[in-house]
Write a protein of this length. Structure first.
Length: 104
């Protein structure tokens, strides 16, 4: 995460902290390559973003998306693990019949 922030700060510095970016979704699926990123520069003199700004910011956004997806996957894996499910059953004092239906 710090690397992502450092790279974003570096591209902003090269553009005098005037960049703005808007990400939008396209397509049916959700992953880092289904986002479209539009980068603009709010320069009072009308100076455009540096040549690499859109490519760099897009890659930073994709890296952020990959990081977020990994965090979500890890949390999902934890919450659906046998250990977490067993812990929930014990803490909530659930009981079950011989056929597996919840009792009580």
């Amino acid at each position: 995460m710090h690397g992502i922030a450092d790279r974003l700060q570096a591209i902003q510095r090269r553009n005098f902290y005037q960049l703005a970016a808007e990400a939008s979704h396209r397509g049916r699926y959700y992953h880092e390559f289904t986002m479209s990123v539009d980068v603009t520069r709010d320069s009072q003199t009308g100076q455009p973003p540096t040549d690499d700004a859109e490519e760099v910011v897009t890659e930073i956004f994709r890296d952020l998306a990959r990081w977020l997806y990994r965090q979500l996957q890890a949390e999902y894996d934890h919450l659906t693990s046998n250990e977490a499910i067993e812990e929930g059953i014990v803490i909530n004092e659930y009981t079950f019949t011989d056929t597996g239906r919840r009792f009580g």
